[in-house]
Design a protein around this ligand. Sequence first.
Ligand SMILES: Nc1ccn([C@@H]2O[C@H](COP(=O)(O)OP(=O)(O)OP(=O)(O)O)[C@@H](O)[C@H]2O)c(=O)n1
Ligand SMILES: C[C@](O)(CO)[C@H](O)COP(=O)(O)O
Length: 230
Amino acid sequence: MAEIGIVIPAAGQGKRMGAEGNKQFLSLKGQPILVHTVRVFQMSDCVSEIVIVGAENDLALIEDLVSRYNLDKVARICQGGVQRQDSVRLGVLALSPTIQRVVVHDGARPLLTLKDFHHFLQAAEGFSAAIMGIPVKDTIKQTNSSGSVTDTLPRERLRAVQTPQIFDRQTLETVHLRAASNGYYGTDDASLLEWMGYPVQVIEGSQENIKVTTPEDLWLAERILTMRET
Ligand SMILES: Nc1ccn([C@@H]2O[C@H](COP(=O)(O)OP(=O)(O)OP(=O)(O)O)[C@@H](O)[C@H]2O)c(=O)n1
Ligand SMILES: C[C@](O)(CO)[C@H](O)COP(=O)(O)O
């Protein structure tokens, strides 16, 4: 099996959370969100190493959490960039040369389970790029700049995309470097492959694998974890 490395972008500002400091250090059931996120990869026998990408001012705190929670698969903690995509690129470049497949997973998605991660890895075998996604529940409409509807998109084929996203390391490096030199930005890593014409496979994820973006998400994350305890 190919050696798998994990890149966790955690260098955002969490503006939509509106908390003081980086949302990834907020407590979720008594432990920082970021610790929940990293732990699933720490526990996985399929993972060789983890790179966490943090904001300059948070690097010492991340180092402290890694040692306090014995996250010894974390091989490097590196400084992030202005946008998520910059942070991921820097993280990918910091992976050991032996890593052949890269999983990118948001620091702010603490509810991925080991079972779902392993199912994802298994389903992704044979694809050079695969991403988790779930069917959308709402009707999605496209609007023009004044809010008037221009289209109703056929829902059967729409997927709300999450992380983890897995890629062959060489391809991921190539698209990130090309996007950086062209000033091209996407909201996830798969969109860089799409931009360069590479195929990307969607694998069904879980409704519980939410991204903690706003205070309501933190409330929901607490409830999901409580539900899992019972
Ligand atoms: N320059 C950035 C921006 C984002 N991220 C990370 O990318 C993930 C997904 O981003 P999002 O949830 O949008 O986080 P923020 O950018 O922190 O949130 P906001 O847009 O509300 O400021 C987060 O784990 C975030 O820390 C990053 O590593 N580097
Ligand atoms: C990559 C991502 O998690 C896919 O849903 C998401 O796009 C990243 O969050 P952002 O809010 O777009 O930065």
